[in-house]
Structure formats: structure tokens, C-alpha cells
Design a protein around this ligand. Structure first.
Ligand SMILES: [Zn+2]
Length: 152
């Protein structure tokens, strides 16, 4: 019995990491959950400056920032500051608490629901103050890694 899939190149079957990367998004989609949350606390906050041209990470280059990807040297703007936060949230449907990871793009949307502008936030304290005012927010998140996928 030959179970090898037809049209499967040897190069692909031997490259294990590449295959895993292709499978992962499908598995992730199967473990998403729609619910309503209140944010109780902020566990960690981190920020970095993203490239204004391509959105990738930058590093400091004198008074400017230099993109690690497209190499553009650029000034620091409020919009270039990107945040990542890990919050402690309560699922208001089940009254269970869990950690939720929020990346910049979703954080912007989450702030819009509170009529706030994320790039106007300057400190971790400001960010925490606003996040912990959030109640009854409809979201979709990934059960496997606790990543916020959509603000609904
Ligand atoms: Zn760039």
C-alpha cells in the first residue's frame, strides 16, 4: 500500500517546518471562540516603533529610526509607536478569567470602541487606565494561544 500523496515533492516532505507552518492556520481557526469580555487588569505592556513605509520593526539610528527590513531612516512619529499588551480578562458569559494577548492592529480597533486614539497614548499607565475601563466588549479570540483575533 502506497499512502504517499501524488504530486507531493520530496523537497516538501523533508522540510518539516514548512509543512507545519502551512497546517497551523487551519488548526487555529478551529479553536476560536466568540464571546464578550471585560478587561480586569494588564499583565504586560511592550512597545516598539514600526516603519512608516512597510510596518516592520525598526531600531534606533542616531536621532532617527532605521527599518530592519526596507532600511528607510525616518523620524519618530506618534503613529509609529506600536503596542503589544497581555491583559487579564473576564469572559462575561461564563464568568471565567483568562489571559488575552492583544497586538497593535486589534488594540487600535479596541480603542476606537472607546472613542480613543491609540497613538495619543504615551505611557503604559495611560494605556492601562483605558483598557481597564472596557466592559462588555464582543470579541473573537484564539483559545490555543489567547490571541485576540477580532473586535466584533
Ligand atoms: Zn520599512
Amino acid at each position: 500500500m502506497n499512502t504517499a500523496k501524488e504530486g507531493f515533492k520530496i523537497q516538501e516532505t523533508t522540510n518539516f517546518t514548512e509543512n507545519v507552518a502551512e497546517i497551523e492556520p487551519t488548526l487555529m481557526e478551529m479553536t476560536t471562540e466568540d464571546t464578550t469580555i471585560s478587561i480586569i487588569g494588564v499583565k504586560t505592556t511592550s512597545s516598539y516603533h514600526a516603519c512608516s513605509a512597510c510596518g516592520k520593526t525598526t531600531e534606533q539610528s542616531g536621532k532617527l529610526l532605521k527599518c530592519n527590513s526596507c532600511k528607510l531612516r525616518q523620524r519618530v512619529t506618534p503613529e509609529s509607536k506600536h503596542w503589544f499588551v497581555r491583559v487579564f480578562a473576564q469572559d462575561t458569559n461564563t464568568n471565567t478569567n483568562f489571559y488575552l494577548n492583544i497586538f497593535h492592529q486589534q488594540l487600535v480597533k479596541l480603542f476606537e470602541t472607546k472613542k480613543k486614539q491609540l497613538h495619543a497614548v504615551l505611557t503604559e499607565e495611560d494605556l492601562g487606565d483605558i483598557l481597564t475601563e472596557i466592559d462588555d466588549l464582543k470579541i473573537t479570540y484564539n483559545l490555543a494561544d489567547g490571541k485576540l483575533l477580532h473586535v466584533n
